[in-house]
Structures are given as structure tokens and as C-alpha cells.
Design a protein. Structure first.
Length: 340
């Protein structure tokens, strides 16, 4: 089966070079792999790395480099999907690493009759400093943001969503491409359409890929804020593509604001109760997040990091909801992208 291996990149630099080394090591027949790179007007050496790979001696079916002038991910995915000729579409983030059997295991799962498959996407850090370890815990713990099933399930199981997934080409032919209005929630929306069309998402824990986590807390905060922001906007497009967990930070921020308002009128019990309850769960989850790890002094900051991540996410959702009417007015209705 021909595999279309798609990477959409923007200023990916040396991370992309590392991923290319992983691609070269794949044990699936290279003649059955077409590689499609999509560059979003990168300002670093991303495109140069792509072209150097394409010009090098290789035995892949094809290496194609395309431009994504709009820069956002759903536009890049659609550009690649229109170019793809594979029986299987395999998407991987530019800031990722994959083992040598990654493509082969995905193909085997599709050949067994599945239409959408994937495995564990494991967050990793580039440096082993105490602070990087602390950020990784904040990123991957259940209390932080690690509720996704593709992080934790130990047995083969049908799940609600996948990361770094492989799709039979017929899936996109049936549901169309990505909604290009959605800069961050395109996966939530298209996966919802796929499920409505009757497709299932199989998680196979034997399939593994690795995601390089953000290396600063500022970037992590910005990511959570923007994730929340796009959830707020996507409520006007496909509200049912989210689970209740996506709105917990929003409810938390609203509870804080309501408690503070009530305290101004002499009712301090609600905000005090919220503070006690949240602090209890925060500390308990921090303990469970680090109990099996070698202790680092910076782990004591985790309760503060968790709190700031939750606040950032919730505030982002509030901003998105307030911006929603203007955003809907400025953006045309969804245009289904046909994948031939």
C-alpha cells in the first residue's frame, strides 16, 4: 500500500532535520512511501532542510514540497491531501520523533480492516534539567492537560480521538478536508465529522510516536490560552466536537469570578470553599504526578504551574466566546474541501 506521509511545518528548523532522520530509518518499503512537506512561509532554515532532503539520494516513491501561504495548519493539511496519492494518509507534526517501525505498524493496522488508527503520542523533553522535567509533568499529567486517551490507554481500544493518526484515503474522500477557519481545533472538528460518518478510531498501544514538549513555561501558557480561545470560537461552528473536559477551565474561571463578586457583597463562603477544594485537588494531583519520580526541588512549583495553566486556558475560552459573533461575521461558512 502506498503511504502519503505528511508533515506541515512552520519554523521547525532542526526538529525537522531530526524527523527526517527518523523517516530515513523506517523499515516499511521506501518505494511505497511518498513524503509531502508543506511549508508555511518559514523564516528559518525549514524549507532549506526540506529541499536538501528532496535533492539527496533516496529511495522514496516521491518527496514533494508545497507552500502554505496562509500558514495555519488546516490549510496546510488540505494542500497536502489534494497532492496525496496514497492509499493511507499518515500525518505527523514537525516537532516529533518516530521509531523505525512507526509506518509499518500503522499500515498493518489499516490492512487488518481498520480505517483510522493511531497509538500513544508520548511527550518528551530535549534537556534533562529539573525545570524541563517539571514542565513535562505539568504538560502530561491528568491534572495539567493529559486527559487524552492516546496518552494512557494500555490495550487496543476504540477512542474518541487520536494524534499522529493514519487514515484510509476513503475517509477523507467521504468527509472532505479540514475546516480552514479553525487554526487550532481542526482535528476536533474533522474527527467529529468522521465519527458522524460512522468511522471509528482504534488506539493500538504498540504504535508509538514522540512529541517534543514546549521548553518554556511562557510558551506553554500561550499554547493553553490559544487552545482555549479556539475552543470558544469553535463553539459557533461545531459545539458537539468537544467533551465536557474542554470546558472545565472555563467553569473554574467563571466560578472564581463569581466568588469574588459575591465576596464584595459580604458572601465570602463560596470563594473560600472553592479555594480550599481546588487547593486540595491540586496538591493531591501534584503528589500523584511526582510520587514515582526522583524528587526535584522545582516540583514544589507544580501547584502554581497547574493553577496558571488552568486560568490561562479558561481565560482563552472566555475571550473566544466574546469574539465569536465578530469572528463568525468575518468568516464565511465552512466550504467542504473535496479530496479526489
Amino acid at each position: 500500500m502506498l503511504v502519503s506521509f505528511i508533515v506541515v511545518a512552520l519554523n521547525a528548523g532542526e526538529k525537522l532535520r531530526s524527523l527526517i532522520q527518523d523517516i530515513n530509518k523506517q523499515d516499511y518499503d521506501h518505494k511505497c512511501i511518498e513524503i509531502i512537506f508543506v511549508d508555511g512561509n518559514s523564516e528559518d532554515n525549514t524549507k532549506e532542510i526540506m529541499y536538501n532532503f528532496a535533492k539527496s539520494e533516496h529511495d522514496f516513491n516521491k518527496i514533494c514540497i508545497l507552500d502554505n501561504p496562509k500558514k495555519i495548519l488546516p490549510c496546510g493539511w488540505n494542500i497536502a491531501l489534494k497532492e496525496s496519492k496514497g492509499d493511507i494518509i499518515l500525518r505527523v507534526d514537525a516537532h516529533s520523533s518516530i521509531p523505525s517501525n512507526f509506518i509499518q505498524k500503522n499500515v498493518s493496522a489499516i490492512q487488518s480492516g481498520e480505517k483510522i488508527v493511531g497509538g500513544h503520542r508520548i511527550s518528551i523533553i530535549d534537556e534533562k534539567s529539573a525545570w524541563q522535567k517539571t514542565l513535562l509533568i505539568a504538560e502530561t499529567s491528568l491534572f495539567g492537560s493529559g486527559i487524552a486517551s492516546y496518552r494512557r490507554i494500555k490495550e487496543k481500544e476504540y477512542v474518541s480521538t487520536l494524534a499522529h493518526a493514519a487514515y484510509s484515503k476513503e475517509v477523507f474522500k467521504q468527509v472532505g478536508g479540514y475546516d480552514e477557519r479553525l487554526a487550532r481545533t481542526e482535528d476536533n472538528e474533522i474527527h467529529y465529522r468522521m465519527k458522524k460518518a460512522g468511522f471509528k478510531f482504534l488506539l493500538d498501544p504498540d504504535i508509538k510516536s514522540y512529541h517534543h514538549a514546549r521548553n518554556t513555561f511562557t510558551k506553554m501558557l500561550k499554547q493553553k490560552f490559544m487552545n482555549g480561545y479556539w475552543i470558544g470560537l469553535t463553539l459557533g461552528v461545531s459545539p458537539r466536537c468537544f467533551s465536557v473536559y474542554h470546558f472545565v477551565p472555563l467553569l473554574f474561571v467563571l466560578a472564581i469570578l463569581s466568588g469574588l463578586l459575591l465576596s464584595n457583597f459580604g458572601f465570602a463562603v463560596p470563594i473560600l470553599s472553592l479555594a480550599i477544594l481546588y487547593s486540595f485537588f491540586n496538591i493531591i494531583n501534584t503528589v500523584f504526578s511526582i510520587i514515582s519520580k526522583r524528587f526535584e526541588l522545582s516540583y514544589l512549583l507544580l501547584p502554581v504551574l497547574f493553577f496558571l495553566l488552568h486560568i490561562s486556558y479558561g481565560l482563552g475560552t472566555i475571550k473566544g466566546i466574546f469574539k465569536l459573533p465578530i469572528w463568525l461575521h468575518e468568516n464565511r461558512a465552512f466550504i467542504k474541501i473535496d479530496i479526489n
